[in-house]
Design a protein around this ligand. Structure first.
Ligand code: SF4
Length: 191
């Protein structure tokens, strides 16, 4: 079945993209779940990032919206905690909006990959928006996309809520692995 079209709300212009101002290597997190089996395939370590600009109606995590809330962690401490559990299949970056902290998350993702784990990243942006943002000069956005094995994209849309969908809240959101993303970047033949 073809993927549904992206139905964006919130940010459209890359000029409106404002990453969190953070010391190098630091993350602002709303919470951590050390073992989850609902945030991607297999048993996963989940970071809920703090700060989100999307304002989706019906959001289940409104406490993550403020860009000044949450708790600061160093990425290396996250990696050390992750490494303590050999049963983990990988790490998931949820939110909040992970791409506001792309640089530090990229470093965590690289360490998880080095340890043999996988990386799932949720985002309220559509993949196409993230490409525009990275093309506008935000290299860390491209780097986090590169380190993401499975991207779950798009805002939560209450009118499209569907509890049957694996790993997603609404049917506009897509599961984009590397192959699916490469397909979206390839222009249709004959145009
Ligand atoms: S992107 Fe996620 S955290 Fe942000 S408003 Fe939408 S549902 Fe809430």
């Amino acid at each position: 079945m073809p993927e549904p079209e992206c139905k964006p709300v919130g940010l459209i212009s890359p000029q409106d993209f404002t990453p969190l101002a953070m010391p190098v290597g630091m993350l602002r997190l709303a919470g951590i779940v050390e073992e989850s089996c609902v945030d991607g395939p297999g048993l996963r370590y989940v970071l809920f990032t703090q700060g989100c600009p999307h304002g989706c109606k019906g959001c289940h995590n409104p406490e993550t919206h403020s860009c000044t809330g949450g708790t600061l962690y160093h990425g290396r401490d996250i990696v050390a905690a992750y490494a303590e559990n050999p049963l983990l299949a990988g790490i998931t970056f949820s939110g909040g909006e992970p791409f506001l902290q792309a640089a530090a998350l990229t470093e965590v993702a690289r360490a998880v990959h080095m340890a043999g784990g996988t990386v799932v990243t949720y985002t309220g942006y559509c993949f196409e928006h993230l490409c525009r943002i990275s093309a506008a000069g935000y290299a860390a956005v491209a780097q986090l996309l590169d380190e993401t094995d499975l991207l779950i994209d798009g805002p939560y849309m209450e009118s499209l809520r569907d509890l049957e969908l694996p790993f997603r809240g609404s049917s506009n959101q897509r599961l984009l692995d590397r192959t699916a993303r490469a397909t979206l970047l390839t222009p249709p033949q004959g145009h």
